[in-house]
Design a protein around this ligand. Structure first.
Ligand SMILES: [Zn+2]
Ligand SMILES: [Zn+2]
Length: 165
């Protein structure tokens, strides 16, 4: 999905995104909308990308599918500009910044980069996931396995013993 920069009209270009990102062990359908605008030598890409990602919960190791939504707001500068003074660097600090060279902007690279940057590092099947018991391996979301209760009791017994002594 390549965009010829000289052919971006004043009002910009709208894209419906339906791409499949592929890397070593991943094949991920991505959808969304992107708008490409040209402001002088800068190319601005705005919009939203969505992907259903198969993840494994970092607490209970359950497999689950999560919809990841990525807001896109990137400014591309011509790479030649980078050689000069960095007059643009501060003005766009609230935006992601990229560089392009030549006449073509590859949207596929952008989509892949944006999704990868927002890939959850510590996914949770649920914000309140209780995880698994470190002693017996039971899924604590399914109910208390009792290990912690035993723990509490034994501590309580020891306390009682101390008091008696
Ligand atoms: Zn979980
Ligand atoms: Zn347990």
């Amino acid at each position: 999905m390549k965009v010829l920069i000289s052919e971006i009209p004043v009002e910009g270009l709208d894209f419906d995104i339906k791409e499949t990102i592929k890397s070593d062990d991943l094949s991920l359908p991505v959808r969304g909308q992107l708008k490409i605008l040209k402001m002088g030598a800068e190319i601005i890409v705005r919009g939203k990308l969505m992907a259903d990602i198969d993840l494994q919960c970092s607490r209970c190791v359950k497999d689950f599918r999560s919809e990841v939504s990525v807001p896109v707001n990137v400014v591309y500068h011509p790479v030649e500009e980078f050689r000069g003074e960095e007059k643009h660097a501060l003005r766009v600090e609230e935006l992601d910044m990229g560089f392009y060279s030549g006449e073509i902007l590859d949207m596929f690279d952008l989509i892949k980069e944006q999704i990868m940057l927002n890939f959850p590092m510590k996914p949770l099947c649920n914000e309140l996931c209780k995880g698994i018991c470190l002693k017996c391996g039971a899924d604590l979301n399914a109910g208390d396995c009792g290990c912690n209760a035993i723990n509490r009791d034994s501590r309580f017994m020891e306390l009682k013993k101390l008091i008696k002594e």
